[in-house]
Design a protein around this ligand. Structure first.
Ligand code: HXC
Ligand code: NAP
Length: 294
């Protein structure tokens, strides 16, 4: 099956400008690439300016689009305001914000220092709040409409998860922010949606979530009913649709793209898939025999 094909029609994002936090690596880079291919201009922003400048060159050469690389730590509101001001100076307007920057690592919670817990909350929840607030204020004050905030969360934003508790706590907050502002800011023409990805291999996530030989010990595809990782283009397709005008009636939604991973964990009898096909005749006979006696 071809699941790495590009979905939207040519120029679907022409004339639009998007800010993608964490746009210099992993999923942020994949989304930025596709937005550019669809005709948008993109601001990629994160802490590592050297990395951003190299990615700017790479993406401009690859797509022919316009990229601004702006250093900014999303934890710091002043830096976020400066990033927004600089983006506006370069492109004149911003049509959408993708809150993709994140920090995370696996750890038993009791091993974490207070600062370690805060660091993740600050990047994920406070960072998303900072960018959303700074841009939202700009759009509302200037009466600019048809704007979109797209937040990248995870499926454990709704289930919770051990060993990544600061991330789960923060992502749950981001989901609440998404749903709350979807309603409150709809009157200003600002939509808010979220994507909850399952496992999509990236260097940043894999180094911190399945470090070293844990990669070999835990095959994350085994948890996925479709038995494979997500392909970055699949996520980029969904993100491009959600920031485009084609999704104009979608607001306050979180779209899961995980091959069925989280539901597999939730469904009480899903573990019965371990029963081989050949055993089902015997299982059925046993159930039927009990039925007759009742
Ligand atoms: C315990 C740790 C630790 C670890 C850092 N700390 N790593 N504690 N175990 N493995 C502690 C430090 O000792 C310090 O606390 C505090 O955390 C802050 O660490 P710093 O290194 O000073 O922070 P900083 O330089 O700001 O770096 C932030 C970071 C780093 C989160 C620690 O990993 C980072 O830059 N990450 C960005 C990219 C990222 O995380 N990508 C993955 C996203 S994946 P003390 O008390 O000593 O001061 C994702 C996927 C979800 O979200 C779902 C997947 C399926
Ligand atoms: P990644 O490559 O490590 O991306 C994280 C990005 O955030 C980096 O570009 C990093 O750049 C930036 N960042 C970190 N701290 C920052 C800060 N304080 N200020 C500004 N930028 C900061 O990981 P990824 O896998 O692509 O993750 C992208 C998003 O997808 C995250 O929200 C993650 O939670 C989500 N997600 C990923 C998966 C997956 O399987 N990969 C699954 C579910 C959800 P700098 O280091 O330059 O700052």
């Amino acid at each position: 099956m071809e699941y790495s094909a590009k979905m939207l029609k040519e120029d679907a994002l022409k004339g639009k400008t998007f800010v993608v936090t964490g746009g210099g690596s992993g999923l942020g880079k994949s989304m930025s690439t596709y937005f550019l291919e669809l005709g948008a201009a993109v601001v990629i922003t994160s802490r590592n300016t050297d990395k951003l400048l190299a990615v700017k060159d790479e993406l401009e050469t690859k797509t022919g689009g316009r990229v601004a690389a702006i250093g900014c730590d999303v934890r710091n509101y002043d830096e976020v305001e400066n990033m927004v001001a600089e983006s506006l100076e370069i492109f004149g307007k911003i049509d959408g914000l993708v809150n993709n920057a994140a920090g995370n690592f696996i750890s038993p919670t009791e091993r974490l220092s207070a600062n370690a817990f805060d660091t993740i909350i600050d990047i994920v929840l406070k960072g998303t709040k900072n960018c959303t607030l700074a841009l939202g204020k700009h759009w509302i004050e200037n009466k600019e409409t048809n704007k979109i905030v797209l937040n990248i969360v995870t499926t454990y934003a709704f289930t919770g998860s051990g060993y990544v508790v600061p991330s789960a706590t923060a992502k749950a907050g981001v989901l609440a922010l998404t749903r709350s502002l979807a309603i409150e800011w709809a009157k200003y023409g600002i939509r808010s949606n979220a994507i909850a990805p399952g496992p999509f291999p990236t260097e940043g996530a894999w180094n911190r979530l399945v470090p070293g030989d844990l990669k070999d010990k835990f095959d994350l595809t085994k948890k996925v009913p479709l038995k494979r990782y997500g392909n970055h283009q699949e996520l980029a397709n969904l993100a491009a649709y959600l920031v485009s005008d084609f999704s104009a009636y979608i607001n306050g939604e979180v779209i899961v793209i995980d091959g069925g991973e989280w539901l597999k964990g939730a469904g009480q009898f899903n573990l019965l898939e371990q029963i081989p096909e050949s055993m089902w005749d015997r299982v059925e006979m046993t159930i039927r025999s009990k039925n007759k006696k009742e």
